[in-house]
Design a protein around this ligand. Structure first.
Ligand code: 13P
Ligand code: 13P
Ligand code: MG
Ligand code: MG
Length: 368
């Protein structure tokens, strides 16, 4: 991308699971690759990779059209539609699940797919990581992203690297009010944590480096349950993080995932469980449709070409994290339908509560 700005777009949707909600069928990956290859042939894309995490189809694209570009978003939308056709033919589970509207109108934002896009001038060497989650939600990134960009016990670069020493700013979305606030660390850390800890409502959207305002990371923050007003699919999230040389080292970024913290989105989008970092081939949630997974695809960018991916959690150093996640999964599962394993009523994505209440309303006797 030389001195010119380039864009990395990671756009994802679940357009049909195989079997159930566990994986993406190879035919869908093939179809998506055909669509993106054609766009590359026309010069719209510089490069692309089609990946999957669980049942989510992930389109990683590089181009020079900027963020939130209509042509790129339409390409992603049309690709998901083409894959939905394949999913319907194979009668895959929930074909077209995340495509919430009938017609494309300028952007995929708010239409179902998850989007994370970074625009920047490529550095002399430009490593970055694409994180992709399944059976979870955008709030899952709050804890690790906080630790990466604000906790010196995770990222020693905050102390050691002169470009990181001034800290980072956090753009935080309030999904309920559809408003956003920017807070700066380290000074406003305690204010920031008041919001980030409530990850069902407040979610990190983007991180900038304070020394020069450079973009460091961006997350998808599409809360499908709120977009559609009812459960129609979930919001398995993606996250793009630039690493090294003035940003957290790759190892600092990955270190934040060594603790399998509790996230929302397991079974029916209605349970919480540990986020398990796994290699690409292990991103097949099966136990109670989980536990929630995250994969990390590492790349070097070379003039917009994607050099990679490397499967970064394919490392025995994460075996203990996975074991701990399995033990936590056992512990959480024994709660069955009880909170906090089951989410509070207002957070549940499938729910029979309105019907139960309608049926039983007359049997509640006022005591007051
Ligand atoms: P940088 O090359 O990004 O400065 O990283 C140094 C390093 O040692 C990473 O662990
Ligand atoms: P997905 O959002 O990954 O399709 O999972 C749906 C679900 O609730 C599985 O239990
Ligand atoms: Mg699914
Ligand atoms: Mg999914």
């Amino acid at each position: 991308m030389a001195a010119e700005k380039g864009t990395i777009s990671l756009i994802k949707a679940d357009v049909g699971g195989y079997p159930g909600h566990s994986q993406v069928h190879q035919e869908l990956i093939k179809r998506a690759e055909e669509c993106l290859e054609e766009a590359k042939g026309k010069g719209l894309l510089i490069d692309y990779r089609v990946m999957r995490c669980g049942d989510d189809l992930e389109l990683l694209m590089t181009h020079r059209q900027g963020t939130n570009n209509e042509t790129i978003h339409k390409l992603a939308w049309d690709t998901f539609l083409a894959c939905t056709e394949v999913a319907k033919r194979l009668k895959l589970y929930g074909a077209g699940q995340d495509l919430l509207v009938d017609a494309f109108s300028g952007t995929v934002k708010g239409m179902g797919p998850g989007v994370a896009e970074l625009e920047f001038v490529e550095r002399p060497s430009e490593p970055f990581i694409a994180f992709m989650g399944d059976k979870t939600s955008p709030g899952a990134w709050n804890l690790p992203v906080f630790r990466i960009f604000a906790d010196p016990f995770n990222s020693s670069g905050l102390i050691i690297d002169p470009k990181m020493h001034a800290g980072f700013t956090f753009d935080v979305l309030d999904v309920k009010k559809n408003s956003a606030i920017t807070l700066a660390c380290p000074e406003e850390m305690y204010d920031l944590l008041m919001f980030l800890g409530a990850y069902d409502r407040y979610m990190i959207r983007a991180i900038h480096r304070r020394a020069d305002g450079e973009i460091a990371a961006v997350a998808s923050t599409d809360k499908l349950s709120l977009i559609a007003g009812k459960y129609v699919g979930k919001d398995d999230p993606v996250l793009l993080v630039r690493t090294q040389a003035g940003f957290p080292a790759q190892g600092e970024v990955l270190e934040a995932f060594a603790f399998p913290h509790l996230v929302e989105g397991w079974m029916r989008g209605s349970h919480c469980g540990p986020l398990m970092p796994v290699s690409f081939h292990q991103a097949n949630p099966t136990r109670f449709d989980g536990p929630p997974r995250v994969i990390a695809a590492g790349f070097q960018l070379a003039y917009g070409q994607l050099v990679g991916p490397v499967d970064l959690f394919d490392d025995p150093a994460y075996d203990e994290t996975r074991r701990m996640a399995s033990r936590i999964a056992d512990y959480m599962r024994r709660h069955g339908p009880f909170q906090p394993h089951r989410l509070p009523l207002e957070e549940m994505e499938y729910t029979t509560m309105p019907q139960i209440m309608a049926r039983l309303a007359d049997r509640f006797k006022s005591l007051g």
